[in-house]
Write a protein that binds this ligand. Structure first.
Ligand code: ADP
Ligand code: MG
Length: 691
């Protein structure tokens, strides 16, 4: 008798060799195998007799091979031509380039099932299937009932194991495994949402019955599919919900917000906050006053004004006698935050420092001592903050900017430098709701969904390289009005060297084209000091055109820059383009973003560019990005911590995810159920492994 966690090699028909092949696709246990769901289903209950075929019809036929041969043609290469009969009539099936299909296999008398569109062969005036899907059946096997006379599952091949072989293996696994599988989902939830029990789902999702709806099965909308998808989401969301409850039960740093402190927060405000900024600040303050540590994600589109909110949180921490750390993913951004901190916090006379990579040893030592003694109150830096020797006296507030550039581990590392410090992570890359729920499900969410007043929207256009001259003319026009320009070149990791060359050459070329103006070059390989100087000069208006790689993607804030040219825009992802574009349109003047591409680009790139031209809404673009690229790539692959789902699909199953989140939260809150749930989660009946 098999169990769900039995090694897949013990399933009848598998064995060590096939187990190796299955392992290549992470199928190691019976459970993994049962969650390798069919990619589609075929109706093999209703075969059409060959005498009844009609041209243009999609048909399933069941027949025997009458004769087969390979025809050598001049224009089409080798064609496999098989004549089939079912006693009522004959039909041809032809596979182009079909020489790999052995005529030997299509030996006379062999039973075959075919699917495809019925066509008419003008040369032979006969009915024919061109390149149909097919399956050769084994003679006289009792298991033939799996392959015909019903809705039949079709699987994606795994390491050369065919769909039909998988069908038989999976049937064997179901037949030999225990009937009473311990169902991890609470009965009440199953009933409330009309979801069948686990055993039923596993059986019917592979071997549907006549009254199951074929279309629903094929769209993964059958109750069996829905339940399996729901379960996968539910278990993940349950873990998040339990973590949230756990983190709320911890003793955190608790801040006061007296009248004096409120005055100090007001003192640093250079402008009236937007309604969204006020709302978010209140959410933060409520967390800070509470006994548990804050763990909050602040989402807000590029330029929505997250920085000032972060500084307000810092003021609350420092005026309560704690230290605050602000971590940014790049040196440029860290420097920018450092400058901002000095400027914005100036009225309060805080002791502020930045931890740099290039700092001399002695100086660094002194700095670290001042941090450890608590003398420095606000510490800004990159990953350098995570170094072991960076110790704090009383870290009460952790702020991580552009969280999507860091992994979860890094967030936790910085948090570990205080005792349950309050944590605010910020991201300007709008994440579709579904992705946020799976990536950051254990964080509370605040959103700034409003832009500061007085911005005129950025215009975006798509141009081809052949229009370059005209574009340079436009840029010159802006420069003449005293404005500044960005020209961005891609640096994609795989081809970093070549890319960098193109930015450097671009810089030379543009220096000539914009003779009379100062053109500067910025890229990641420059020393921090050089980067800083270059940025400072551009911010001060001393240089006019900044030729750059994507290092300017985040945080750079120069209101007088009104035009951006992005070279090879087709090579950037949507999120990145949106981030880059956010560098302009920071002042009151009308800004322009020009996406330049080669004259020909592929369809996906074209979709991206089209989306950019038609929308400036980061959240909308994020949805488009998710559809175009899929969740894994969008979130920046594995290290970002996005769980890999076996059955669920974030792009299509968002509705079930929301339901699962609601239910998980409700169940986690019911304390008498918590114990049972945790047990179920860690128990052997668990279907899904979550990281
Ligand atoms: P981001 O959310 O991308 O980090 P920033 O915090 O850098 O955005 O803000 C972008 C710009 O908008 C900055 O120049 C900032 O000073 C300005 N800003 C932010 N909030 C307001 C506001 N309420 N009113 C006017 N300007 C604001
Ligand atoms: Mg920012």
């Amino acid at each position: 008798m098999l169990r769900l966690d039995s090694d897949v090699q013990y399933v009848k028909g598998v064995g060590p060799r096939r187990a190796g092949l299955l392992a290549s696709r992470d199928i190691r246990t019976v459970q993994d195998l049962l969650l390798h769901l069919p990619k589609s289903y075929q109706d093999r209950a209703h075969f059409i007799p060959l005498s009844g075929l009609k041209i243009g019809q999609d048909a399933a036929v069941h027949a025997r091979v009458y004769r087969s041969r390979v025809i050598q043609t001049r224009t089409r290469g080798r064609i496999l031509d098989v004549i089939l009969t079912d006693g009522s009539s004959f039909v041809h099936a032809k596979w182009f380039h079909g020489a790999y299909l052995q005529t030997r296999e299509f030996s006379a008398g062999r039973e075959v099932v075919l699917f495809g569109r019925v066509d008419f062969d003008r040369y032979e005036s006969k009915f024919v299937f061109f390149n149909p899907e097919f399956e050769l059946l084994d003679e006289g096997k009792d298991s033939a009932s799996l392959d015909i006379g019903r809705y039949v599952p079709v699987y994606e091949e795994v390491g050369g194991i065919t769909s039909r072989q998988l069908r038989h293996i999976i049937a064997a696994a179901l037949a030999d495994s225990a009937k009473d599988i311990n169902d991890p989902l609470p009965e009440e939830i199953l009933e409330a949402h009309g979801l069948p029990d686990l055993r039923t789902c596993l059986e019917r999702v592979h071997f549907p019955e006549p009254d199951d709806e074929l279309t629903k099965l094929n769209q993964r909308r059958s109750p069996y599919h829905r339940r399996l998808i729901f379960e996968e989401f539910f278990l993940l969301e349950l873990i998040f919900a339990l973590r949230r409850i756990q983190s709320r039960s911890r003793e955190g740093v608790r801040f006061e917000t007296s009248e004096r402190i409120r005055q100090q927060v007001k003192m640093i405000l250079p402008f009236h906050p937007t309604a969204a900024q006020k709302r978010v600040l209140k959410e933060i303050v409520d967390d800070l006053k509470a006994p548990y540590p804050m763990v909050r994600l602040l989402q807000g589109d590029v330029g929505s004004g997250k920085t000032i909110v972060a500084f307000e949180a810092i003021v609350i921490a420092v005026s309560n006698g704690y230290q605050a750390a602000l971590m940014a993913p790049t040196e440029i951004l860290a420097e920018q935050h450092f400058l901002n901190a000095k400027r914005i916090l100036a009225p309060l006379n805080y002791r502020i420092a930045v931890v740099r990579r290039g700092t001399k040893k002695a100086e660094k030592q002194e700095l670290l001592e001042k941090i450890a003694s608590g003398e420095i109150q606000v510490i800004v830096g990159t990953h350098a903050l995570l170094e072991e020797r960076t110790l704090f006296k009383s870290l009460g507030m952790v702020i991580i900017d552009e969280q999507h550039r860091f992994g979860v581990v890094q967030r936790l590392q910085l948090m570990a430098k205080g005792e349950n410090p309050n944590t605010l992570v910020m991201t300007a890359t709008p994440i579709p709701r579904t992705l946020a729920m799976t990536l950051y499900g254990d964080l509370d969410l605040s959103v700034i969904d409003q832009m500061p007043p007085g911005r005129s929207p950025i215009r975006t256009v798509h141009v081809m390289e052949r229009d370059a001259e005209h574009i340079y003319e436009m840029i010159r026009g802006e420069l003449k009005q005293g404005h500044q320009a960005y020209v961005v070149y891609p640096v994609i990791e795989e081809s970093e060297k070549i890319d960098l060359k193109s930015a450097t050459e671009g810089f030379k070329k543009l220096s000539a084209i914009f003779a009379g103006y100062r053109v500067a070059l910025l890229h990641g390989r420059l020393k921090s000091e050089q980067k800083e100087q270059t940025m400072a000069a551009f911010a001060a208006g001393e240089s006019h055109v900044l030729v750059s790689t994507t290092v300017i993607e985040v945080g750079v804030d120069v209101a007088n820059a009104t035009i951006m040219l992005i070279q090879h825009a087709e090579r950037f992802g949507l999120a990145q383009l949106h981030q880059l574009r956010g560098r302009v349109g920071r002042g009151a003047q009308q800004s322009l973003c020009i996406l330049m591409t080669p004259n020909r680009i592929n369809d996906v790139a074209r979709e991206r560019i089209r989306a950019m031209v038609s929308s400036t809404d980061g959240f909308r673009l994020a949805e488009v990005d998710l559809q175009l690229r899929g969740p894994g790539e969008m979130a920046g692959t594995r290290q970002s911590g996005i769980p890999e789902f076996r059955v669920a699909n974030l792009m299509t199953d968002g509705e079930l995810l929301s339901l699962a989140q609601q239910e998980a939260q409700r169940w986690a809150d019911r304390s008498e159920e918590r114990g049972r749930l945790i047990e179920a989660l860690s128990g052997k009946a668990r279907l899904v492994t979550v990281g």
